[in-house]
Structure formats: structure tokens, C-alpha cells
Design a protein around this ligand. Structure first.
Ligand SMILES: [Zn+2]
Ligand SMILES: [Zn+2]
Length: 208
């Protein structure tokens, strides 16, 4: 889910290899969500163990153009030994391997989507978004909602703060909520977060 700066490095630090990833979903194309896509694709061609497994990239509208633009800058990203499938804006649900994936338009920029991933349990990622009825529908009774909550208090257009997230959570009633996409304002946060909220941390593992 999203390939922001350092994601490839973090993945390796957690003991995974990039060849263990079969599906990449991008919530939108802002740099903090896509910077390491080039790293990922480059390493898929030029690592000690070059990729041969198929790879699927799923994102909102414009993903084909975004990918072509990357290739214009970095021609080395074109798959050498594996098959790449790029899918734009899933209609309804998509079953890949044994996972059911759903993407729905969010309230952030033109291509932004929220994502639901289901395999026995259901996890929903808001991506970047402001208050969104679509998010409430998507996150309805999810086992886990990974929500952006950029600021505890400051309200910036296109993003949520705690007050807005509270509204979403009250309506959607997910089992648990992880707050992510945290700006430095959170460092000075003196309040107490009550369940179902949990602040995201690098390397965090959640058992559902
Ligand atoms: Zn964004
Ligand atoms: Zn962002």
C-alpha cells in the first residue's frame, strides 16, 4: 500500500524482499506516497535476484500516464524478466490471488482513492482524504481502518484532523483505527487517545 520515500529500505529492514510483493496499490501520486516506486521497479530489474514473478499495480485514474512518465525519466524501470499489469480505477471488487480489493474515490485530489483489502479480515486504508462519505461506506465495520490524521487540531483542506476523523469513525464504526500520515504537530500532542485509536509507528505490526 503506497510506496513513499524509504519504503523499500523499510521492507528489507523488516526481513522481506521486494520479490515477496505481488500487488502495489497507490492511493494517489503525491511524492510522499510514490517516491520509492522507481526504487522498487529498478530493484526488480537489477538486484542479485531479479524479479520473475508477475507484478500488479493498482491506482486511480491517470496511473498509465504516471507510469509512462516515470519510464520517460528512468528507462531502466521497464520490466526485464517479469510481467507488469497496471490497473486503473477498479469498478466494484477485484479478486487477485485470494485477496479481494476495492478502491473508491476519496476527497483529496483527482486520482485519490481509498482501498479495502479483504482476506478473512478486512482492512481499509483511507489514503489522504478530507471528510468523505465514500470513506464511511468503505470503512463500515472494517476490522481495521488505517486512516490519515495529518494533524491533531489544525484543519487543512484535503486532510483530516482528530475532529473530522471522529465523525468518520462514529459513522463507520470500524473495529480498530490506526492514525497515520502524522505531521510534526503530533509531536506536541498532549491529549490521550482512547480506543479504538492507535498512533502509527514505523515497523508497527498488527495482529488481526
Ligand atoms: Zn496527498
Ligand atoms: Zn500524503
Amino acid at each position: 500500500m503506497d510506496v513513499g520515500p524509504s519504503v523499500v529500505r523499510r521492507l528489507l529492514e523488516q526481513g522481506f524482499t521486494i520479490n515477496e510483493i505481488d500487488i502495489i496499490v497507490l492511493t494517489h501520486f503525491h511524492v510522499d506516497h510514490t517516491a520509492d516506486l522507481s526504487t522498487f521497479l529498478f530493484a526488480s530489474n537489477y538486484s542479485v535476484d531479479p524479479r520473475t514473478r508477475p507484478l500488479t499495480i493498482i491506482a486511480g485514474q491517470g496511473i498509465h500516464r504516471f507510469y509512462r512518465s516515470l519510464l520517460n525519466v528512468y528507462r531502466w524501470l521497464k520490466p526485464k524478466h517479469y510481467e507488469l499489469t497496471i490497473r486503473s480505477s477498479i469498478k466494484g471488487e477485484l479478486q487477485l490471488y485470494d485477496i479481494i480489493i476495492q478502491t473508491v474515490k476519496m476527497n483529496h485530489n483527482r486520482e485519490s482513492v481509498g482501498v479495502s483489502i479483504e482476506k478473512k479480515k478486512r482492512v481499509v486504508f483511507s489514503g489522504d482524504t478530507d471528510y468523505s462519505k465514500n470513506l464511511i461506506k468503505l470503512a463500515h465495520k472494517a476490522d481495521l481502518l488505517v486512516a490519515e490524521c495529518s494533524f491533531p487540531e489544525t484543519k487543512l483542506k484535503g486532510h483530516m484532523n482528530l475532529e473530522v476523523l471522529d465523525r468518520v469513525v462514529k459513522e463507520a464504526r470500524p473495529e480498530r483505527v490506526i492514525l497515520s500520515h502524522l505531521y510534526p504537530e503530533w509531536d506536541a500532542f498532549k491529549g490521550v487517545l482512547h480506543g479504538p485509536y492507535l498512533l502509527a509507528e514505523d515497523g508497527m505490526e498488527i495482529i488481526l
